[in-house]
Design a protein around this ligand. Sequence first.
Ligand code: SF4
Length: 407
Amino acid sequence: MSHAHKTDITIGTPEGADWVNQMNEGFRAHQLSPSSWSRYEQCPRKYWLSRQRLPRKASMPAALGNAVHNSVEDICNLVIDDRDDDEVGWMPPTAKAILDRHWKIEKDGFMATPRHPRWKDELITQAHDGLVGALNILCSKSLLPQTKLSELTISDWKYVQSIVLANEGTLVSECGRLMGRLDLLVADLDENGQSRGWIVADLKTGRPPVGALDPKVSRQLRFYRDLLKRNNPDHPPIRAEGWYSANQTIHEATGDNVIDDAFVAWEGMRPSSEPLEATPGERTCGFCEWKAWCPAWWNATAEGILPSSGAFRDEVVQIIRYDSEGGAGLIERMAPVDESGNVSPSPKRFGFTVKDQAKNQLDELISDGYEGILFIGSARVSSKVLHLGDWSEIMPWQPISESPTPV
Ligand code: SF4
């Protein structure tokens, strides 16, 4: 049973559209996605740095999310036409095998990324629960009488597949300026199993909201909704939902159309050689992966705008003494002298210990002959000693004040 003509739905942009031609003529297109928009809004400099082809940092939550998303996609696309409709007990082992495969792909990619923390193999249990949660939500959207995956028949899953109108597509506006990765587009069934519209769903493997959706998540969901509406003038009613696999809850995003705001943000996100404005803040800078290239947060720390204390700390330092065998030494904090990231010695010195991943990074820098200033990310502080390990990063301090190739 089919609920919509899948081929009638436009999620991408046909070749030959205006923006493709503009790019061919040398127009340097840039695209706004919900994540780049959010980065730009948090701190324009963060967005600008993210575009400078700097080494990215692998993250465990992102790897877990990818493994779950890609597994859901594969399970939605399973070819099961020739299987016995009544077969049961096939889904749990199939889902596990698919997840294991994606887990390995993620792990390989993670370990091959030079900037990576410790890989947590034990989180596969959480990924598995997330996948089961996502599949359960899909079954409930299909109004299946029971949603126990071990009892799911081939015929049940064919039915679920029939309500999935698209999965993992790229939504692009006709002008090419706005884009987003769409997780799932499913038929919105009424209690009689009749389609009354579409649901654009974003699968969330992170912490479910308590109460209302986070405004950024709400905007992201509405962005998909509104882009889909724009690309499909004859669309039926569309709902935008966040599907939280951890506790299998569904949160609908409602509210105004966000496309006009997205175009305004797009204008500000144009490529430039000059760095965009930095807006340091405790939360914004907290998890910023571009600190080793940004002078603003270090100046803000020196000025007291950002806190310089806490159980974990970032530092800009030079090494005074280091005993590689013992994994300990003495460092000196460097003081900012200008807006470009130049620094000078200060009287502040700290003992430090280093092991595991951070030690490998430091030893490698030293064996490469690097003697310059260092950025230390996430040092654990206890009794005025900085402790560096798998949770930390040690990199050259390389603030960027101009982009050689604006992208
Ligand atoms: S460290 Fe802070 S100020 Fe610098 S780019 Fe990141 S968020 Fe912006």
